[in-house]
Design a protein around this ligand. Structure first.
Ligand code: ACO
Length: 458
């Protein structure tokens, strides 16, 4: 064990270069576009009433090489922004007016909730739509937007921030660690696909997603509240689930299909959204776009339904939980092929006490460890004692103490929900001063009650 004090942290807490000053050196400045509201009619906002935000949205889409929304499509995007309370940070050339220019850097943040343990939610600050125009990269544009956003998140009482990343190397330096992974799987469904366990009870029927009404939304909400790492669905998700995106087929629907499981009493217990990839695709393929099940029968019923669709030779799902459940469900687990196994949810701890007291712990664990956290941006830096007893956690800030383990805030974010094991991080050389016994104790303390998974992206 090593003696650490807060003096040690102050060296790490210093931001190397003032991010706004660095922007100014390049003739750039950061500007915030506050969240907008829907008009009183409840309809979509008119993009002409929100010129700065409209330019921002278009710049972000270009940054991801997506189709640039205009007209009614853009109105629908702005409606989703309003519903989520999205705020937009833009970086502009000096002298440019955001109302008639696209920003050179885009960044969107908004407040939502995340399941920390089954049945327990914490506020989460979600970050998305981060782009920097190709001519302005490596001038600190991202750093300026991220530094500002995280400071605002901490000041407004968010214990954690979260994002999903296009590249795994970008966000660690800002303190984001991999808290959950996902699998892109393909299942060979040629011939009869049998389940390993007994036949599921209840019935599965096909339904038009545009007629599902609240059904999918309510199911998804009930499941995600029990799933650590899952966040409240975005407005964009709602539009997609009902196949109402105006960017696709003018909002008239794209052939998305739904399957709904009802138990023996007729109660809806699960649903899947899926899409046929077209007759030109070989082998003939169904893509699952969402699957939520409240019970084992609903899960098995939906799997049996999807895997035995006539004329379909492959079922794929790009956001599948990384928990081995599907392979265990099928009589022949080798039908499941993992195309990609990747980092998904990144978490950044901003308030150590609120984050770790905001989740539950295994009821029989009674232990305490002192963590020394390094944080270049300062938010989580310090010496913290985490005590776990009777399923609840308590965090005390210490002025000076013997640390059981010393780690970067990035690793703290990875560990928070229990989706990444301390033993793995220690073997990778990312936990300092931690004995094997300490990492085992940390893993026992942080083990999640259910697999950590992000049900919907944002
Ligand atoms: C949550 C999301 O939205 S994920 C989507 C991210 N966006 C994209 O991938 C779109 C295409 N890429 C881009 O727009 C840009 O390259 C960005 C946003 C990734 C980076 O923007 P920049 O303004 O160039 O970054 P900035 O100059 O602030 O660099 C900050 C730090 O990150 C590093 N960095 C930036 N991009 C990358 C990268 N792709 N890989 C590794 N490191 C990176 C820089 O070297 C710098 O490090 P330092 O502070 O230690 O010197």
């Amino acid at each position: 064990m090593t003696q650490h004090t807060d003096r040690h942290d102050s060296a790490h807490a210093a931001v190397p270069v003032g991010p706004d000053a660095r922007l100014a050196e390049h003739g750039l400045r950061l500007q915030v576009i506050e969240p907008i509201a829907r008009p009183e009619s409840g309809g979509d906002p008119d993009w002409r009433d929100h010129p700065a935000l409209s330019h921002h949205v278009r710049a972000a889409e270009k940054g991801f090489y997506e189709k640039v929304p205009t007209g009614a499509v853009l109105d629908q995007v702005l409606g989703c922004h309003a519903d989520d309370g999205r705020r937009s940070l833009g970086v502009y050339e000096d002298g440019d007016n955001p109302a008639d220019t696209e920003p050179v850097g885009t960044f969107v943040d908004f407040s939502s909730t995340m399941t920390a343990s089954p049945g327990r939610q914490v506020p989460v600050w979600q970050v998305t739509n981060v782009t920097v125009s190709p001519g302005h990269r490596r001038r600190g544009v991202l750093r300026a937007m991220m530094t500002r956003s995280l400071a605002d998140a901490a000041a407004s009482g968010h214990p954690v921030a979260a994002l999903t990343a296009t590249e795994a190397t970008i966000y660690g330096r800002f303190g984001f660690g991999v808290a959950a992974r996902r699998s892109w799987i393909r299942v060979d469904t040629r011939g009869r696909v049998d389940l390993a366990g007994p036949a599921p009870s209840g019935r599965v029927r096909r339904q038009d997603p545009r007629e599902l009404g609240e059904t999918y939304r309510e199911l998804q909400e009930s499941v995600r509240r029990q799933t650590p790492g899952s966040t409240y669905r975005t407005a964009e998700c709602l539009v997609r689930w009902q196949d109402r995106e105006r960017s696709e087929n003018e909002g008239k629907g794209t052939g998305l299909l739904a399957a709904v499981h009802r138990d023996e009493r007729g109660q809806v217990r699960g649903a899947a959204l899926y899409r046929f990839e077209g007759w030109q695709t070989e082998p003939t393929t169904i893509t699952v776009e969402g699957l939520v099940a409240q019970t084992s029968d609903a899960w098995r019923g939906l799997v049996e339904y999807l895997m035995n669709l006539d004329l379909i030779e492959r079922v794929q799902h790009q956001r599948h939980p990384d928990d081995g459940l599907l392979a265990a469900t099928l009589a022949d687990p080798r039908r499941v092929q993992t195309v990609q196994h990747r980092d998904d949810l990144y978490v950044r701890v901003l308030d150590v006490a609120a984050a770790f007291e905001g989740r539950d712990y295994a009821p029989r664990v009674n232990d305490a460890l002192v963590l020394h956290v390094r944080d270049g941006l300062g938010h989580a830096a310090g010496m913290w004692r985490l005590s776990v007893d009777g399923g609840r956690g308590r965090v005390d800030r210490l002025d000076a103490a013997q640390a059981d383990v010393s780690l970067d805030v990035r690793e703290l974010g990875a560990l928070w929900l229990g989706g990444t094991s301390a033993r793995t991080l220690a073997r990778a050389g990312l936990l300092d001063d931690a004995s094997e016994q300490t990492t085992d104790r940390l893993d026992a303390m942080l083990a999640p009650a259910r697999p950590v998974h992000l049900l919907t992206g944002f």
